[in-house]
Design a protein. Structure first.
Length: 114
């Protein structure tokens, strides 16, 4: 397994996800998505893996979401671009294992990956 956890330093669910993998002695790479962001390729891979589109990855409760007026944008491409430029808007944790991915805390899905 090649686990990547895109999370935020102050996110409780991110800490729970990291603890889940640590307890099972599964190595993972932790990435602070708010600080380092996500490449366009990683974003496209996660988006296709979850099958929900951009809305499933966007945290409507984040300060950045409010500041960018995303709810008022008609153009989805513009909203997607703003999401990539303001990675604090990502819903976390985003856990990736190759072509598979989850958004949020989902140990029931992660247990099937091994």
């Amino acid at each position: 397994m090649n686990i990547q956890i895109f999370g935020k330093a102050k996110c409780f669910d991110t800490k729970k996800a990291e603890r889940y993998f640590k307890e099972r002695r599964i190595k993972f790479q932790a990435i602070d998505v708010a600080k380092f962001g996500m490449s366009k390729g990683e974003y496209q891979s996660v988006k296709s893996a979850i099958g929900g589109g951009m809305e499933a990855l966007m945290d409507e409760k984040s300060k950045e979401y409010e500041a960018q007026y995303i709810a008022h944008l008609a153009d989805k491409n513009d909203a997607e671009q703003r999401l990539l430029e303001n990675p604090g808007m990502f819903k976390t944790p985003i856990v990736r294992n190759g072509k598979k991915a989850t958004v949020g805390y989902h140990p029931e899905i992660w247990s099937e990956w091994s």
